[in-house]
Each structure stands twice: as structure tokens, then as C-alpha cells.
Design a protein around this ligand. Structure first.
Ligand code: 13P
Length: 248
């Protein structure tokens, strides 16, 4: 039985006051009716204050990115051991914004994943195709390639113990959501590939991300291979985020 998960990716948003207000709002709205593991991923500089606020709750803390190296002359980077040290349990790797805007290759994403696992973090690995790739009919080829790069690096068992987020690039921040059937098809493909590679695929939590809102969350989460969501814009508002958590 997979526990559902909803993770909020705050991206490059917030301030110390705003982050505090958002965490306060989430904590105030928590109740026993929410079955999901809730995770928030604030910008690096607000991780520590968030950790302190989350201390006595079950809300998990994650970072949005990590360096593939543990330490050394890598100006501006933050390593997996450092994230673990400040109380992170999760880290997003391979988000499409990192892949496209910061030129992260499949191979680099694999090394970041490995570094996270070695430090005791649970990676939230993002995969997904662009609109052109979907229109060309190569969604599975692209997602399969992104997945294989990480399996080649750490093995299928390790990948299946992480969290995988399918985020079609064309649905991120656009208001366009994959239909529950479109998302389910890719999730089923990911689970099948993980299984065929020798992973414990039935245990892997597969999240959908891309314009998830309180209005469309329940239909997406009702699909058999969709175990929750990775939420961008709607995670910046405590009420919306909690409504999505309640939809799991
Ligand atoms: P939106 O929910 O804003 O579309 O962002 C999705 C996302 O990229 C989460 O990582």
C-alpha cells in the first residue's frame, strides 16, 4: 500500500516573512482527514527556519536542487550532506526548469540523484516531455531515457525507493493539465519500466505535476498509478495546497 504524497515546490518565490506565513497557514490547516505525506520545498535560504517551524509536525522538508559533489571548490552550490544536516529529508532532482534553463543533462541528474541517496535523502526525480516531443509521439522515449539514465547510475532498486514525479513540460505553469488518462498512461509506463529493470515498482510513489489545482486534483489522484502530486503555483497558497492534500 503506497501512502499518497503531496509536495509543494515553491520555486523562486517568497521572503522570510512570506515563508513563515505559508508554513504557519499549512500547519494551522492540518487535520486527521489528510491521508497524504505532505512535503514542502522552499528555497535553500528558508529551509532552516522552515525546519524549526515543522519540528513537531509530520510535514516533510525538501530542497529544490542539490550539487552532485559533496564538498570542495564549487562556488554557489549546496551539497546533499548539507541539506541533510539542516533537516531535509527530500530533494527534487531533474526538474524540467533545471534541465532546460540550467542545462542539466540526464547524466548530471543521475549523479545528483546518487549524491542525494548517499547522504540519506529521498530524491524526488522529475521526468517529462516537452510539447514538441508529445506532438511527435515520443513521450515514452523521452521519459524512458530520463529514467534509464538514473537507473544506469544507481540501479533500479534505488530508483524505485525514491519518489518519481511525471511533469509534462507543457503543463507546468501554463494552466494546461494533462488529462487524468494522459497522466495515468505515462505513470503506468514508468511503473512498468521500473519493474522490468528489476525495481520494486509496486512500492514506488509516482506523483503528477503540472497545473494541479484544487479543482482538478481529485480526478488525477483517483487514477491507479497516480500517488499524489508535485505542486508549483498552488502550493504558494496554504488553502489551495491543503485542498489538494485533502484530495488524495
Ligand atoms: P505548476 O503547478 O505551477 O504548474 O508547477 C508544477 C511544477 O513544476 C512543480 O514542480
Amino acid at each position: 500500500m503506497r501512502q499518497p504524497m503531496v509536495a509543494g515546490n515553491w520555486k523562486l518565490n517568497g521572503s522570510s516573512q512570506g515563508a513563515k506565513a505559508l508554513v504557519d497557514g499549512i500547519l494551522a490547516g492540518l487535520d486527521d482527514t489528510i491521508p497524504a505525506q505532505i512535503v514542502i520545498c522552499p528555497p535553500f535560504v528558508y529551509l532552516q527556519q522552515s525546519r524549526e517551524m515543522l519540528q513537531s509536525s509530520d510535514v516533510g522538508l525538501g530542497a529544490q536542487n542539490v550539487c552532485a559533489e559533496d564538498k570542495g571548490a564549487f562556488t554557489g552550490e549546496v551539497s546533499a550532506p548539507m541539506l541533510h544536516d539542516v533537516g531535509c529529508h527530500y530533494v527534487i532532482v531533474g526538474h524540467s526548469e533545471r534541465r532546460s534553463l540550467y542545462y542539466e543533462t540526464d547524466e548530471l541528474v543521475g549523479r545528483k540523484f546518487e549524491s542525494a541517496v548517499n547522504a540519506g535523502l529521498v530524491p524526488i526525480l522529475c521526468v517529462g516531455e516537452s510539447l514538441t516531443e508529445r506532438e511527435k509521439g515520443i513521450t515514452e522515449t523521452v521519459v524512458g531515457r530520463q529514467l534509464k539514465a538514473v537507473i544506469d547510475q544507481v540501479g533500479a532498486i534505488q530508483v524505485s525507493q525514491a519518489v518519481i514525479a511525471y511533469e509534462p513540460v507543457w503543463a507546468i505553469g501554463t494552466g494546461l493539465t494533462a488529462s487524468p488518462e494522459q497522466a495515468q498512461a505515462v505513470h503506468a509506463y514508468i511503473r512498468k519500466e521500473l519493474h522490468m529493470a528489476g525495481g520494486a515498482a509496486d512500492e514506488t510513489r509516482l506523483l503528477y505535476g503540472g497545473s494541479v489545482k484544487p479543482e482538478n486534483a481529485a480526478d488525477l489522484f483517483a487514477m491507479p498509478d497516480i500517488d499524489g502530486g508535485l505542486i508549483g503555483g498552488a502550493s504558494l497558497d496554504a488553502e489551495s495546497f491543503l485542498a489538494i492534500c485533502r484530495a488524495t
